[in-house]
Design a protein around this ligand. Structure first.
Ligand SMILES: Nc1ncnc2c1ncn2[C@@H]1O[C@H](COP(=O)(O)OP(=O)(O)OP(=O)(O)O)[C@@H](O)[C@H]1O
Length: 370
């Protein structure tokens, strides 16, 4: 049965440095949560603490209502009833596929008939029926990872922890494995925590993504929210290569749209609904929110680099109004480096924290002006 995982004020110190720093997070039963962040941000340490391979310096971990770490408790990994999938597969090379998948069931002294049924079902779930007698050495990397997943399935765990399971696979195989993982998640219904530094992988599979930086969780939200409506500048920059620019909020409808002046031009963009704000703010711009427009009509910029992508040409452009800032835009046709183009800001996101900390609600501002 899937269990929720609750992390409360969890920290891990190695010497004087905090690898995990005051992390609190509730992972729902049956959720697929990705821990995403650059190398060294603490995601593996956090996963190892959930698994029980690391003790907590502070804080606690609950699986459902069972305390597994904290308040002097440290439940050993083998007693936590979690399944773990590593990038190194951790299979027994001298055993066959079926023997590997059956291994945890054998340890639990399940009957032969039960083992055989579970192994057949687990191998079918990862498209490896017919591979029962193959040796691990005779499998590809993707097939080995699928055996590791089948072994997990056969254990029927409530919690599955995955540490960069696709890191050793090539790009094409990774894409097909993303589907396998999604089906695997559906099938097990288990709570899954998936560590990766690859944001496209995290965004494609997870129901929520926790973005980590220097041991802390910056934001934890659904992929579309992180991408479209990030809460702060660090996540806006990290996810989808967003660019942050200063803006002046001119007016807003209170329902999630506002008019801003930015980079010497005006645009209608998205903003947090609720209070209508005006005053200075910070806006996240992404390549797909910018469009080429008729010469002289929008924001003038110089093309600094052009890279042909097949369906479009990706341009790096420098606005004349802000030298040094490099924006990216998808152009429907190639444009020469050095040319001047005009851009229209078709979409952007007014960052909430910057806005609420400096901007004034329109109603109040109007009263002040009256
Ligand atoms: N056993 C240890 N002893 C000392 N420092 C450690 C230990 N394990 C991890 N660290 C440090 O803790 C920090 C977080 O490491 P961690 O492996 O959790 O990061 P990560 O985000 O998983 O990185 P990567 O993607 O490179 O694996 C790093 O600065 C690392 O050097």
């Amino acid at each position: 049965m899937a269990l929720p995982i609750v992390l409360s004020r969890l920290s891990k110190r190695f010497g004087s440095s905090n690898a995990v720093d005051d992390v609190s997070l509730e992972i729902q039963a049956g959720e697929f949560l990705a821990l995403l962040g650059p190398s060294g941000c603490g995601k593996t340490t956090l996963l190892r603490m959930i698994a029980g391979f690391e003790t907590a310096s502070e804080g606690q971990i609950l699986f459902g209502d069972r305390m597994v770490a904290g308040h002097g408790v440290h439940v050993l990994p083998e007693e936590r009833n979690v399944a773990i999938v590593f990038q190194s597969y951790a299979l027994w090379p001298h055993m066959s596929v079926a023997e590997n998948v059956a291994y945890p069931l054998r340890v639990r002294r399940r009957s032969r008939a039960d083992r055989e049924a579970k192994v057949a079902e687990a191998l079918a779930a990862v498209d490896l029926s017919g591979f029962e007698t193959r040796r691990i050495a005779d499998l590809s990397g993707g097939q080995r990872q699928r055996v590791a997943l089948a072994r997990c399935l056969a254990m029927d765990p409530g919690i599955i922890l995955l540490d960069e399971p696709l890191a050793n696979l090539d790009v094409h195989l990774r894409a097909s494995m993303e589907e396998t993982f999604a089906r695997f998640h559906e099938r097990t219904g288990a709570t899954m925590v998936y560590v990766t530094h690859d944001q496209s992988e995290a965004m494609a599979m997870a129901t929520r993504v926790a973005v980590m930086e220097r041991g802390r969780i910056l934001e934890c939200a659904a992929p579309a929210t992180l991408y479209g409506e990030p809460a702060g500048e660090a996540v806006a920059r990290f996810i989808g290569d967003g660019r942050i620019v200063d803006a002046e909020v001119l007016s807003g409808d209170g329902a999630g749209r506002c008019r801003v002046r930015l980079l010497g031009t005006e645009a209608d963009i998205r903003c947090p609904p609720g209070r209508t704000l005006r005053g200075p703010g910070r806006v996240c711009l992404r390549a797909e929110g910018l469009e080429l427009t008729a010469q002289g009509a929008g924001l003038a910029a110089t093309v600094r680099a052009a890279s042909f992508k097949g369906a479009h040409t990706r341009l790096s452009v420098e606005p004349l109004s802000m030298p040094g800032l490099v924006l990216t835009v998808a152009a429907p046709h190639p444009v020469a480096v050095g040319a001047t183009v005009s851009l229209r800001v078709a979409d952007g996101w007014l960052l909430p924290r910057a806005a609420s900390s400096v901007a004034v609600p329109v109603a109040d501002a109007a009263r002040e002006l009256a």
